[in-house]
Design a protein around this ligand. Structure first.
Ligand SMILES: [Fe+2]
Length: 397
């Protein structure tokens, strides 16, 4: 089981899964056994503040042998030891899940519109399946966040935020149930938008002050509806906070700083990132790098800086699913992060020079010396239909 701890709680016999927060610039190896108090002290000296330990890999210091963790539930242990599914096999499952997610989201929005109750077991069960897919191979659903049907923004945005939060929660070492709740809150966070008139919701130009007031009402519409359901109050709180900002200038309550829950802050980051990178009917989404710089410019005054930094770390400089232009004038989709943040594993699929699709080919840029990423790319700059590419990719897989 992955568990977040502060440096003062790090003891010999623990297995460090990941360094979460660190002062200073010294690079610290992120994984390994803490075989002595001296190692724990050295990490503290290097400025490590919080970290994630894997309790399943705890070991006896005297023998150095792994010690089974009696607290970890058996099913969870088995799940964590399961080998990572291949991207191709998980893509097939994730594609079905993606379609199912949009269908459930559509039903939910319809229930909210008609003020009818919904069976909460359906979206809850769906969120659990989504987290399971992320556990098997996080890259499959992340790739699918790039599929955008121009008229389905509302459906896809909530689904994407749920996917981003499942990854973010896992990255931070949150427990299975915490990640499921977080992802579930992402899936439900914008239900109130169905009550906003289309001409305001989809207005390409800047909203007037009056229109903005109507738009801001979506949080209350959603919460009013959810309060009538059996949804856990903690989740309702997280959802209610997705437009709150640390400086108190967010809405609807103007909640400040520490009064905004960690989950609410995480939802705010994932919500903004997806909104910035999404293609809309009237404009193309921005690159992940541009979106990251906007998130960073909103921190620490409005967004939680350590969480923004962790989110960027979780997504990677070139996030899975994003497009990159390679030095050989070919376009590729990032399909997996490697230990080299600037050299991910990619699927090459398009020749810019000849303006035609290629037979998809995987390249690990970390071990390929002759090709590197020239820059991040946006499909619309090359008039590429990413959806068509995906259909091809999934059918090949
Ligand atoms: Fe919202």
């Amino acid at each position: 089981m992955l568990k977040k701890i502060t440096i003062k709680d790090l003891k010999p016999g623990m297995f460090v899964h990941q360094i979460l927060e660190q002062k200073g610039q010294l690079s610290v190896k992120s994984q390994g056994r803490v075989t002595s108090q001296a190692i724990a002290d050295a990490l503290k000296k290097k400025g490590v503040l919080t970290l994630v330990v894997d309790t399943d890999k705890a070991f006896s210091v005297s023998s150095g042998e792994p010690e089974p963790n009696k607290e970890a539930p058996v099913s969870k242990k088995v799940a964590e030891k399961a080998p990572k599914a291949s991207l191709e096999s998980e893509l097939t499952r994730a594609t079905k899940l993606h379609v199912q997610g949009k269908r459930i989201q559509k039903q939910l929005l319809s229930s909210v519109k008609k003020a009818q109750p919904f069976d909460s077991s359906i979206p809850k069960e769906f969120s659990a399946k989504l987290v399971s897919s992320v556990d098997r191979n996080p890259d499959a659903l992340l790739c699918l966040t790039k599929i955008r049907e121009k008229d389905d923004y509302l459906l896809e945005h909530s689904l994407n935020v749920a996917i981003l939060l499942a990854n973010f929660g896992r990255h931070l070492g949150m427990s299975e149930s915490e990640v499921q709740d977080l992802s579930y809150s992402g899936f439900l966070h914008d239900l109130g938008k169905i009550q906003i008139p289309d001409e305001i919701l989809h207005k390409p130009d800047r909203l007037t002050d009056d229109e903005m007031d109507i738009m801001k009402g979506h949080v209350k519409h959603g919460i009013d509806y959810l309060n009538e359901t059996d949804l856990d109050k903690t989740l309702i709180r997280t959802i209610s906070e997705h437009h709150e900002r640390l400086d108190g200038l967010g809405y609807p309550m103007g909640t400040k700083g520490e009064n905004i829950s960690r989950e609410g802050r995480m939802l705010a980051i994932a919500d903004m990132y997806d909104a910035l990178t999404a293609d809309r009917v009237y404009k193309s989404g921005m690159s992940s790098q541009k979106a990251f710089s906007i998130l960073l410019s909103d921190a620490p005054s409005r967004l939680d800086l350590p969480l923004v930094q962790q989110f960027i770390k979780c997504m990677g400089i070139y996030p899975v699913g994003s497009l990159v232009l390679l030095s050989n004038e070919r376009l590729a989709m990032v399909i997996e992060q490697t230990d080299s943040p600037l050299a991910p594993k990619v699927k090459v699929f398009y020749s810019v020079r000849n303006a035609h699709f290629l037979e998809p080919k995987d390249i690990d840029l970390a071990s390929e010396k002759n090709v590197k990423v020239s820059k991040a790319a946006i499909a619309s700059d090359y008039k590429i239909d990413v959806n068509a590419f995906f259909e091809r990719l999934v059918s090949i897989g």
